[in-house]
Design a protein around this ligand. Structure first.
Ligand code: PLP
Length: 437
């Protein structure tokens, strides 16, 4: 039986929920990344490293809500912190000490962070960091890297998945809006840069030097886990330093790769940093911050010159849960998870090699992605276009009880140990065996 038939056999209740959802939500969906064909499994319960769907199938969860759960599902300390905050009133409508405590923790943790403001999503975080940079420079043009995801606002939704025939030369990519409804002006207002090509990047930045508001970079290319090459980062940071164009590090995902985040381990001092995901302890969150000089214009005493507000910003439930999550993800926990991820990566590479397959297993800290490509993936353009095979491997892994993103991206969480790593590697071996012709 095909992988889809086997999936249908064990997810009848999910199928029925999906039918109902179709009546009220376009395609039954609110979050595009959660849809997969023929319909997604509806989840009922999460406990540590395991999620259970409505048909009672259990999965070892390597998705962790797209990397946002560092301690897996319903960890006791976080449940207690959040419950306590709910009891105190989930939205008191005034500043709380929870906000101060989370801000203090992050500023102490991240070397380049001097001041911070909270939002409700990573999308809002990058949107507001760009505004801070535009206010600082008086310029409008945002430079970002081809293939990089920074959320879904208009300046971010450019050249994330540009089709090859529209995307121009590799060393001078054309800016392509990724969604209907993104203003056409974004073709000029957002520059697309070639990741890991320092010379071409600097050349393009030089051409637009006097119009640039910022350079926006996800150091591990977001969920793609494409690592930055050392010369590339150094050259880029030297250039932004010299020209005083703010460098924004999007650490929405990458805070989990090192205690102080990617900029700490890569030894770069960005001017602005954006956060999300693990910072909310499993609740909706975002944040942006950086050098005092760029954040001072938000000071409301005497009138802020840059506007930023939000009814649920720095919500105490999120802030308490976030603080509990980050405090428990201390240097020792980061190191342990890094070691575990290293074991998982090398055992996975062994299984791939033993089966004589050409698949790349990229890893950064506890994040990883499998690329169905014989060659190393250094840039967006190196990514393989093998969606059907990707989806098949995704389904085969799910049928072996391992949950990843449909694009084969995943991450570890702290409740995991050697047993979960062994289970992953065994599932990968079986799933790869089924792919063989
Ligand atoms: N930036 C990066 C690097 C991300 O990976 C994401 C989400 O995956 C975002 C920004 C957007 O965050 P959110 O989904 O919370 O809006």
């Amino acid at each position: 039986r095909s992988h889809v038939e086997r999936y249908r056999d064990r997810t009848e209740t999910s199928r029925r929920h999906h039918e109902t959802a179709l009546e009220y939500l376009p395609g039954g969906n609110t979050r595009e990344a959660l849809h997969y064909s023929p319909y997604p499994a509806y989840l009922e319960d999460g406990d540590g490293a395991v999620v259970t769907d409505v048909d009672g199938n259990e999965y070892l969860d390597f998705l962790n809500n797209y990397t946002s759960l560092i301690h897996g599902h319903a960890p006791t300390g976080i449940v207690e912190a959040a419950t306590d905050a709910v009891r105190r009133g989930s939205a008191p409508g005034g500043p709380t000490t929870d906000e101060i405590e989370l801000a203090r923790h992050l500023v102490d943790r991240a070397p380049a962070l001097e001041l911070i403001r909270f939002t409700n999503s990573g999308t809002e975080a990058t949107m507001n960091a760009i505004r801070a940079a535009r206010a600082y420079t008086g310029n409008d043009i945002v430079a970002k890297f081809e293939g990089a995801y920074h959320g879904t606002h208009d300046d971010a939704q450019v050249s994330i998945h540009p089709p090859a025939h529209l995307s121009g030369p590799a060393d001078d990519p054309t800016s392509v809006p990724d969604s209907a409804g993104v203003p056409d002006s974004k073709r000029e207002e957002v520059l697309s840069l070639p990741f890991n090509d320092a010379d071409a990047t600097v050349e393009k930045l030089e051409r637009h030097r006097d119009e640039l508001a910022c350079v926006l970079l996800a150091p591990y290319m977001g969920s793609a886990v494409v690592p930055p090459e050392p010369d590339f980062l150094e050259t880029l940071a030297d250039w932004t330093d010299r020209t005083d164009v703010p460098l924004i590090f999007d650490e929405v995902i990458s805070l989990r790769v090192a205690y102080g985040g990617a900029h700490a381990t890569l030894d770069v001092e960005p001017d602005l940093i954006t956060y999300g995901k693990i910072v909310g302890g499993g609740f909706p969150v975002g944040a942006f911050g950086g050098r005092e000089e760029l954040l001072d214009p938000y000071d409301p005493r005497g009138g802020a010159s840059v506007v930023h507000s939000g009814t649920f910003n720095a919500n105490p439930v999120t802030a308490s849960a976030g603080l509990a999550a980050l405090e428990a993800f201390d240097e020792a926990a980061v190191e342990r998870l890094d070691g575990l991820a290293d074991t998982l990566a090398s055992a996975s590479r062994d299984v791939i090699a033993d089966r004589g397959l050409s698949i790349q297993f990229n890893r950064a800290g506890s994040l990883f992605t499998l690329y169905l490509s014989p060659d190393p993936v250094r840039t967006y353009r190196d990514k393989p276009h093998r969606k059907a095979l990707e989806r098949r491997l995704f389904h085969e892994l799910q049928s072996e009880g391992v949950r990843l993103a449909p694009k084969l991206m995943g991450c570890l969480s702290t409740p995991m140990d050697e047993a979960e790593v062994d289970q992953f590697v065994a599932a990968l071996d079986t799933a790869l065996g089924r792919l063989a012709p």
